[in-house]
Ligand binder design. Sequence first.
Ligand code: GRF
Length: 187
Amino acid sequence: MKNLVILISGSGTNLQRIIDCIDNGEIRNVKVNLVIADRECFGLERAEKHNIQTQIIKRGKDFSEKLENAIPENTDLIVLAGFLSILKPEFCKKWEGKMINIHPALLPKFGGKGMWGHHVHNAVIEAEEKESGATVHFVTSGIDEGEIILQGKFDVEENDTAETLAQKVHQIEYDIFPKAIDLVLNK
Ligand code: GRF
């Protein structure tokens, strides 16, 4: 059985999808040992409902060290599922090849510092992109620069807004995130 730690900052719909896919066997041979959030958020309630251990580590003094200490050594994969804090290069180095992130755009476009949530979708509309989507990638110290594991995409329509893009991207994420986790852990 592989051990997962999931890091979140928000409502945790991707976290929920991962939990459901472990339950229904779409992600095989895994258990979520711990969910860590960098703030109070609804995702923590989702985890607790499934009897998963949770911890809040707020940004500020010694954030990286506290995070480092909280992650059990037997962790096979750290999953960033809507985690909005930047991780230190040393942390990324330690977990290289064992930490993945989901990004709400088609990397390498629309990634990097400041590119999160509605900022990404507004930039996609501004650039008059023909398509958008989501990317699961390995985490390295370069923000959104690690090797791509899976992408899914859709056509951007004339009347799409940042809100409608966010909804469509989420649907893609629910499809590719569990597949990517299963791929990385059970290849
Ligand atoms: C997702 O769109 C993800 O790409 C981004 O943050 C969002 C998290 O959504 N990094 P949720 O909390 O899983 O609903």
